[in-house]
Design a protein around this ligand. Structure first.
Ligand code: CUO
Length: 694
């Protein structure tokens, strides 16, 4: 059957990215694109016999791809097809920006399908995947399509490279239905000799890395300005990454490790090595490792058109601190723009992230991105060994490397320097008159009150869309990840006024003690509070009981959303524009809680109800993908909370407040809870598996 192109056909272009466009695609290889020879760029393009022998003839649906005039693709093509692609490299950002513009500029679905088919043949597969994903997310005619998570197209960025040979063997020997899932070892990047390896379950978690990749997809560095310039984007760059650091430090304390040390001195050796064990299926290379005590050097690489010195970065850093201490940044016209209480953090975020929104790139440079790059190229700074960047050089893999957290702590420290110049929240900015929280408890089935539970869980992901060998069919990888038992918050609130009151419930969690096991000062503990949930409630006069499930958190998306359930498991058996109003950005639900300890990690849950009149944004979010708004915002809408992100922990405390207890007003409550980790692994179907060894 031959049929016109439909929006969901675009999703098939993500399949097996290195195979030609005309090879059959889809779960059952039943869809083929009939691409006019002029759009193909391949020495087999005109040989219809060969095209048919490669399987296209057997597909039962043939998508008619129309001819379209090709624009100048020289900018996207600056990146060779077999190179790795990084959003942190300015040349690659420019290539991506141009391709996004081209795809966004297509007038209708037919043109978009034609242009995508042509570009898929011509540009780097990573770049193509990124640009098409951004375009699909932002075009009105495709925005409700469900973009496949990156691991489906490029599983090599997310798991042990050793698995792909085994996958090849498995699929050569066994037919699709009788293949065994291939187990990814839990400890494949290092041994316990490296103490940093204790955190590998967090750093190498597929869901966390997918979240980070998806976040940078929703907030692209370049492309049409309307698409880059999102509400409070710079502030969210600060906040989302600040929270990642807080979570990482929390995990470190659970594992008897001290909080991460900022990467302050860029000329000092980096103690932490990292050997990612990732392979590249596209570039047929392994990702370069970094041995311990490596030092970074000035980078001058012709292949990436990249020249940057450590001294450049140091100058930019000093200018940031100057601007923060002067309370204003220098604009290109010589004027100064104030870093106000409301807007300052957003300006600094844009300046630091150095997307096309940076207000003054000449003066403040490209500090954060060059930090990623200098570290990622420390093994081959001038390109003499023809090596490319390591894991920290790509948003899809950066969070695997321990140095990521040291670099981002350095970045966060600058934001905190600015925050410490802002007015403290006096009690009038914190209280909600008439509202008192009487108690807070968390309930976990099968556990004592106020105990949270964590354990290991195995799950499978399908690799077949990402690997292009035959015979076809599903090949599953089985991986182990942290999991927790779902729990419920119970909050008792008194409304002593005579009328219903609307409030925003803000729930945070922090470790109770520091590395030495003693209480922390508020000014330090505030940086460890991880936001767990935020939602609106209406409180009737007198007493109210609020029950909230952990699975409803507005921080997270469910496991199935992170990993995308296989299409056939969904209603209707296929992608439907109406049914799946999808947005894959969000912290993975399975990583909502830190690991805790076998004895039970002492923590504090903080709940606050703030006055909704001071929080609210007047907008309708109906039908929007709003369920992980804390980290991702709401697509095409304003950030749904007027307060500074991180409120009420984003400032230094008011005078007289030393501890968390001093900080509390009646509309806040703190409950001691513990997180108890059980070293047991639950299998894919829920049954127990043998214990893992650490
Ligand atoms: Cu997300 Cu540095 O911005 O990794």
């Amino acid at each position: 059957m031959s049929r016109p192109a439909q929006p969901q056909d675009l999703l098939l272009m993500f399949d097996r990215p290195t195979e030609p466009i005309f090879m059959p695609k889809g779960d059952n290889n039943n869809v083929a694109f009939d691409v006019p020879p002029a759009l193909l760029d391949n020495r087999i393009n005109a040989d219809a016999g060969l095209v048919n022998r490669l399987g296209a003839g057997e597909a039962d649906q043939h998508v008619q791809v129309k001819t379209i005039a090709l624009p100048d693709l020289s900018i996207p093509q600056t990146l060779a097809r077999d190179q790795n692609f990084s959003l942190f490299i300015p040349l690659h950002r420019k290539a991506a920006g141009r391709l996004i513009e081209i795809l966004m500029g297509m007038r209708n679905i037919d043109d978009l399908v034609s242009m995508s088919a042509a570009c898929r043949e011509r540009v780097n597969p990573y770049l193509f995947n990124y640009a098409l994903s951004v375009a699909i997310l932002h075009r009105p005619d495709t925005r409700n399509l469900q973009i496949p998570p990156l691991f489906e197209s490029f599983p090599d960025k997310f798991m042990d490279g050793a698995i792909f040979n085994r996958a090849r063997q498995e699929s050569e020997i066994f037919p699709s239905g009788s293949r065994q899932p291939l187990e990814i070892p839990v400890d494949y990047t290092a041994s316990d000799l490296d103490i940093e390896h204790r955190l590998a379950y967090f750093r190498e978690d597929m869901g966390i890395n997918l979240h980070h990749w998806h976040w940078h997809l929703v907030y692209p560095f370049s492309g049409p300005r309307s698409l880059v310039d999102k509400d409070r984007r710079g502030e969210l760059f600060y906040y989302m990454h600040q929270q990642i650091i807080a979570r990482y430090n929390f995990e470190r304390l659970c594992n008897s490790l001290a909080r991460v040390k900022r990467f302050l001195n860029w000329r000092e050796p980096i103690a932490e090595g990292y050997f990612s064990k990732l392979d590249s299926l596209v570039a047929s290379r392994i990702w370069p490792p970094r041995h311990s005590n490596a030092t970074i050097s000035d980078v001058n690489r012709e292949v990436d058109q990249l020249q940057v010195d450590i001294a450049d970065c140091e100058r930019w850093r000093d200018r940031f601190y100057d601007a923060i201490h002067q309370g204003s940044i220098l604009m290109p016209n010589g004027n100064r723009e104030l870093l106000t209480e409301e807007k300052g953090i957003d300006i600094l975020g844009n300046l630091m992230e150095a997307s096309i929104l940076s207000p003054n790139m000449n003066v403040y440079g490209d500090l954060h991105n060059m930090g990623h790059l200098l570290i990622s190229l420390c093994h081959d700074p001038d390109g003499r060994n023809l090596e490319t960047f390591s894991a920290i050089g790509d948003p899809a893999t950066a969070m695997r490397d321990p140095i990521f957290y040291r670099l981002h702590s350095f970045v966060d420290d600058m934001f905190q320097e600015h925050k410490s110049t802002l007015p403290r929240y006096e009690t009038n900015k914190l209280v909600y008159n008439g509202i008192t929280i009487r108690s807070v408890d968390v309930e976990t089935p099968g556990a004592p009150k106020n105990e949270l539970r964590t354990y290991w869980k195995k799950d499978d992901v399908d690799l077949s869309r990402g690997i292009d060998f035959t015979p076809r069919g599903n090949v599953f990888a089985r991986f182990t990840h942290l999991q927790h038992t779902d729990f419920t918050y119970k909050i008792q609130v008194e409304n002593s006024t005579n009328s219903p009151k609307v409030g925003t419930v803000r729930i945070f969690l922090a470790p109770k003690f520091d590395e030495r096991g003693v209480n922390m000062l508020f000014r330090n503990q505030r940086l460890l509070f991880i936001e767990q949930d935020k939602f609106t409630v209406t409180l009737k006069p007198k007493s109210n009981t609020i029950e909230r499930k952990s699975t409803d958190s507005s921080l997270t998306i469910p496991f199935e959303r992170t990993f995308r359930e296989l299409q056939r498991n969904r209603p209707g058996g296929g992608v439907s524009l109406e049914q799946f109003n999808f947005c894959g950005c969000g912290w993975p639900q399975h990583m909502l809680l830190p690991k805790g300890t076998p004895e039970g990690m002492p923590c504090e849950i903080f709940v606050m109800i703030s006055n909704f009149d001071d929080d609210k944004i007047n907008q309708s979010t109906e039908g929007s993908c709003a369920d992980a708004a804390i980290f991702c915002g709401i697509r095409d809408k304003l950030y749904p909370d007027k307060r500074s992100m991180g409120y009420p922990f984003d400032r230094m405390p008011r005078d007289g407040v030393n501890t968390l207890a001093d900080f509390l007003t009646p509309n806040m409550f703190v409950r001691d809870v513990s997180i108890r980790f059980t070293n047991q692994t639950v299998g894919v179907q829920g049954g127990d598996e043998p214990n893992r060894l650490n």
